[in-house]
Design a binder for this molecule. Structure first.
Ligand code: NAD
Ligand code: ZN
Length: 691
């Protein structure tokens, strides 16, 4: 459990017992405070990762000083105290917590413990029942003679609150069981949660109505279950997943395994996740962990890990319990996707179109499984809305592959000397004025290609794989070329000389030759790539393709009016204006002219655009042809080429999908087949008039 310690060292802190006692007391008080907010108020004060970090630190201290473990320590006791507004009910069988695994090693250690305590030979494989770890709240539901009678929260594990009237409103919970195969008293256990989408919609409604919004679906579900008015719960989208039951000896002997019990519960009408499975051995557990981890972001509900349970009831019984958790089960947690850290600085970056983006420099933290040390803050409005300042404690969130997001932390304590971020009024790179256009959120440097940063970014864009694609021309090298003053426009790339390049540090003869070759090769491109590579604001790859077919000659694009541009697919007034503005600059026009001038740099592209424009609206477009017999004016290949040029397809055999059969002299069986299937038959002269 490296990197979870509260202390820098991975060793349990040394020092006198009284130091340890004081630390234990401090950590306990801290955890208690957070638990109250989390379990009782349903409003967490810190991200779970922060709670877990301190909890692990307490655990480490306690294991170094077992004599200091107090029976009511957070490591020994489940959950929070029950709330008095509800009737308190003692659980017939306590509701426990689960031990945690964070790393693969912890899972292997779990299996070793199962083997040791279960007295199993090293060769025996162990089967487990595996589930997602639903991130909701635990509930115990009692059925008598197949009818719902009571639902009780976990509470402190021994005593919970009777929240029957709220739980009864959950739509996917059976109030009456199916079939007859159940004991007279059946207690099922599971998790109440809210789907992510339902949660977002509910929170939006709450906000609109000026009511309490919840931090996450778990807290929303827990808060809803402990509402005093069941009508409130009925109006909120709660769901239930069953993950176990308390059953008597007769049934446990009949069922024998956790997985058989889950199938039985499903048959009684309980909602069981279809992600629940069985797995063999620690390797099987880890494979399941990774599989569910990949699905996590796309699941409709939140999970914070997976749960492994020894499948055999007999073995479960042998294994028994530790303080507050069974020894036969463990929760394997996913890396946290929300972590507390410090906002150390806010820097600005100048992008290709002059956009000035504030970037958060963070004290590095591991979140979503990767180390994050900087994150975009997008724009000034965003910083003001979140009220972020340098020195603040902040939350970094990174779910799945999403880019990390910086969020304000409610518990942040700010010194009186803290200063709000100010957007510079001059570009930090070129000193040009910074402006913010009406209706836009971003500030921009007005320096254009005079600005080294804009220039560098626009060259990087031009050379990008999806643009003109200059192989081996990396960002760092571009920076150097711009700094040297050798490259002031994309056209200058093609004017670089061998002597210049070889004089650069870290450029050997071979790499210079390769780069010059790559530049030469990049001159053969497509018009769409060239248009995209110019880096006109709002012109993405798709728009560039449309522009290339509408304006197959660059001079046409340069002189196009806004009206003419708006004729093009997906080009609206904003894009049209941006293109016209781009070509209003004499510098930009010169760059394009230099690039395409056959006497100059001489970029070239296959002139497919006229044909594809022709193809798009020709009667042959999308149609399938079959050729048969001998034509007088064309060879078969020539005829096929004519069809392909106009967007049609040529196939070898006649089927229902054939649109036309082109029949020449002495056509044979294909003509017959066309007749049977009712396919249109074209004579050579009909074909010619269609062309
Ligand atoms: N942010 C905070 O301030 C704060 C405070 C207290 C606790 N917490 C969080 O609460 C958790 C600790 O609480 P805990 O004691 O409930 O432990 P736990 O949530 O780690 O594990 C036990 C619980 O897992 C649930 N569970 C979900 N799916 C299950 C399945 N398939 N099978 C069995 N059980 C399943 C059950 O409700 C069970 O009670 C930690 O994640 C901690 O971060 C956060
Ligand atoms: Zn600038």
């Amino acid at each position: 459990m490296a990197n979870l310690s509260l202390f820098d060292s991975e060793e349990p802190p040394q020092g006198s017992a009284s130091d340890a006692a004081r630390q234990i007391e401090a950590l306990t008080a801290q955890l208690r405070h957070w638990e109250h907010a989390y379990y009782v108020l349903d409003a967490p004060l810190v991200p779970d990762s922060e709670y877990d970090r301190v909890y692990q630190a307490l655990l480490a201290l306690e294991s170094a000083h077992p004599e200091l473990v107090r029976p009511d320590s957070p490591t020994q006791r489940v959950g929070g105290a029950p709330v008095s507004a509800f009737e308190q009910v003692t659980h017939r069988v306590p509701m426990l917590s689960l031990g945690n695994a964070f790393e693969d090693d912890d899972v292997h250690a779990f299996e070793r413990r199962v083997r040791d305590f279960g007295d199993l030979p090293p060769t025996q494989t162990i089967q487990y029942a595996v589930d997602p770890k639903f991130d909701g709240l635990a509930i115990s539901i009692v059925y008598e003679h197949g009818v719902f009678v009571r639902a009780i929260t976990r509470g402190d594990g021994t005593t919970g609150e009777d929240v029957s009237s709220n739980v009864k409103t959950i739509k996917n919970l059976p109030l009456k069981l199916q079939g007859k195969e159940f004991p007279p008293i059946l207690e099922v256990r599971g998790e109440i949660l809210m789907n992510k989408a339902d949660f977002a919609a509910m929170n939006a409604r709450q906000a609109d109505a000026g009511l309490k919004v919840f931090a996450n679906p778990r807290n929303a579900a827990a808060g809803t279950i402990r509402q005093l008015d069941p009508r409130v719960a009925a109006a909120r989208p709660l769901r239930f997943f069953c993950y176990g039951a308390v059953i008597d000896r007769e049934f446990s002997q009949r069922l024998q395994t956790q997985s058989a019990m889950m199938n039985w519960l499903k048959a009684l009408g309980f909602p069981v996740s279809n992600l629940s499975q069985t797995a063999i051995g620690a390797e099987g557990l880890l494979a399941y962990y990774r599989d569910i981890g990949r699905q996590r972001a796309s699941l409709p509900f939140e999970i914070d890990g997976v749960v492994y349970k020894v499948d055999s009831f007999a073995l479960q019984e042998n294994l028994g319990f530790v303080a507050k958790a069974p020894r036969f089960a463990i929760a394997h947690k996913f890396p946290p996707d929300e972590v507390l850290t410090t906002l150390q600085n806010i820097e600005v970056q100048v992008g290709r179109t002059g956009s000035i983006t504030p970037v958060a420099k963070l004290e590095p933290v591991k979140v979503g499984g990767v180390v994050v040390s900087s994150a975009t803050l997008h724009n000034l409005d965003e910083i003001q809305r979140k009220d972020l300042r340098v020195g603040d404690r902040v939350i970094v969130r990174r779910a799945g592959d999403v880019i990390p997001e910086v969020l304000p932390f409610d518990g942040n304590v700010r010194g009186a000397d803290s200063i709000a971020f100010v957007m510079p009024d001059h570009c930090p790179v070129c000193g040009s004025a910074v402006v913010k256009e009406e209706g836009e959120a971003v500030h921009r440097c007005t320096g254009g290609l005079v600005c080294r940063s804009q220039l560098t970014q626009s060259i990087i864009h031009f050379a990008h794989r999806k643009a003109v694609d200059v192989d081996g021309l990396g960002d760092k090298l571009i920076e150097v070329l711009v700094d040297k003053g050798w490259v002031r426009s994309p056209a200058d790339l093609y004017r670089l000389t061998y002597e210049q390049l070889i004089s650069l540090e870290r450029m050997g003869e071979k790499s210079v030759r390769n780069l010059l070759d790559a530049l030469e090769q990049s001159k053969s491109t497509t018009l769409a790539r060239l248009y995209f590579g110019l880096g006109i604001r709002h012109v993405g790859e798709a728009t560039a393709r449309d522009l290339a077919s509408a304006f197959p000659v660059p001079a046409q694009l340069m002189d196009a009016t806004e009206e003419a541009l708006m004729e093009v697919n997906d080009v609206g007034p904003v894009v049209a204006r941006s293109i016209v503005q781009f070509f209003r600059s004499a510098d930009n026009r010169k760059v394009v002219e230099d690039l395409v001038n056959p006497e100059g740099i001489g970029m070239r592209w296959p002139v497919v655009s006229q044909e594809s424009a022709l193809a798009a609206d020709h009667a042959f477009a999308g149609k399938t042809f079959v050729l048969t017999g001998t034509l007088s004016a064309y060879s078969r290949d020539e005829a096929a080429a004519i069809i392909l040029e106009r967007g049609g397809k040529v196939s070898g055999s006649v089927s229902k999908k054939t649109d036309f059969v082109l029949a020449g002299e002495s056509a044979g069986s294909k003509l017959q087949k066309a007749g049977q299937l009712g396919v249109t038959i074209l004579s050579e002269s009909q074909f010619q008039s269609m062309i």
